[in-house]
Design a protein around this ligand. Structure first.
Ligand SMILES: NC(=O)c1ccc[n+]([C@@H]2O[C@H](COP(=O)([O-])OP(=O)(O)OC[C@H]3O[C@@H](n4cnc5c(N)ncnc54)[C@H](OP(=O)(O)O)[C@@H]3O)[C@@H](O)[C@H]2O)c1
Length: 294
């Protein structure tokens, strides 16, 4: 039987044999409120991950600073030994303060420790993809990323990492990163209402590089818009499904990692791959993003 997720299509990371369904899953929300674990209902968290994989999701986005450590431990508890086709993408470059704050952790030793923390908590001897997370969550901060990326490139040469990506970066920072290592993906803030990266996405598509929007549903405060509600009603779907279908339509190099701690929302999100958006719907949605394109 064809799974709904298959309708999202697939994407192969550049110069690799790694092919992923474009409908993935973002694990950050599993840790619990404020991404600080453990979750109130561990069984529910395990159930979300198992259902995602059973439904055809083969791309899970995580980090060892979610929880901290807890999200990766839940992934291992739910899915280890991992299915052969499962791609776990993690990120390094931050740590959590005791007050639950998010603090940059980009020194050589912090990056080495973070890679080893990910390996240990996920139960892996090699990480599929590691994103170097720099900048701020709401957008990149210009400045060289050479030093931290060079550390990750070394760890890749040592065999601890298969592929590298970057997160919260500008096009200039990507170009700098590409001089140091092959970069398979960029993970930045982007959704139907927040389209600052439009030109960047088009450029990455030309280069065959994956673009993985975080906060595809708006993040901690999910998207709210009367236009989105009206389109959803016209398609007999939900606003969150429309937001995801729009991203799938936006560019073939976009890979989705919507986050949820609920099986009900997971099912709803995966079903977004079945939605077809008409030119009229796309024009209506451009009002939210303030765009006249796409
Ligand atoms: N690189 C970075 O700096 C960075 C930053 C942030 C996030 N990320 C990654 O991006 C992934 C996605 O981001 P995210 O999870 O923060 O944001 P998101 O996917 O935009 O939205 C998650 C929020 O939407 C809710 N939600 C999910 N599905 C829903 C549905 N069908 N109906 C109503 N509400 C729904 C969730 O609540 P429920 O749990 O109640 O469903 C949660 O509050 C994360 O898991 C993480 O891996 C990366």
């Amino acid at each position: 039987m064809t799974q709904q997720t298959e309708l999202a299509g697939s994407f192969t990371l550049p110069n690799t044999s790694v092919t992923m369904n474009r409908m993935g899953y973002g694990a950050m929300q599993l840790a619990g409120p404020q991404v600080w674990g453990p979750p109130r209902d561990m069984e529910a968290a395990v159930a979300v991950l198992r259902e995602a994989v059973a439904s055809g999701v083969d791309h899970i986005d995580t980090s060892d600073f979610y929880g901290p450590h807890v999200t990766n431990q839940i992934i291992k508890q739910a899915l280890y030994p991992y299915p052969e086709n499962l791609v776990i993408v993690t990120k390094v470059g931050a740590r959590r303060g005791a007050d639950k704050s998010w603090i940059h952790a980009l020194s050589r030793q912090e990056l080495i420790d973070a890679v080893h923390d990910n390996l240990r908590n996920l139960g892996l001897d090699k990480l599929d993809v590691v994103n170097l997370r720099v900048g701020g969550v709401m957008g990149p901060t210009e400045g060289s990323i050479e030093e931290p990326l060079t550390v990750l490139a070394e760890l890749k040469r040592q065999g601890l990492i298969r592929h590298l990506g970057v997160s919260n970066v500008s096009p200039k920072q990507l170009a700098e990163a590409q001089k140091i290592s092959e970069i398979v993906g960029v993970q930045n803030l982007y959704n139907v209402a927040h389209r600052n990266d439009d030109a960047f996405i088009d450029d990455l598509a030309k280069q065959g590089i994956a673009y993985v929007p975080f906060f595809p549903l708006g993040g901690f405060t999910p998207l709210q818009s009367s236009e989105l509600d009206a389109v959803a009603a016209s398609l007999e779907s939900t606003p969150m499904q429309v937001a995801l279908a729009w991203l799938l339509h936006r560019s073939p190099n976009i890979l989705l990692i919507p986050g949820t701690s609920s099986v009900k929302h997971l099912r709803e999100n995966l079903a977004a791959a079945t939605l077809q958006l008409t030119p009229k719907v796309l024009a209506d949605l451009d009002v939210i993003g303030g765009s006249t394109k796409h």
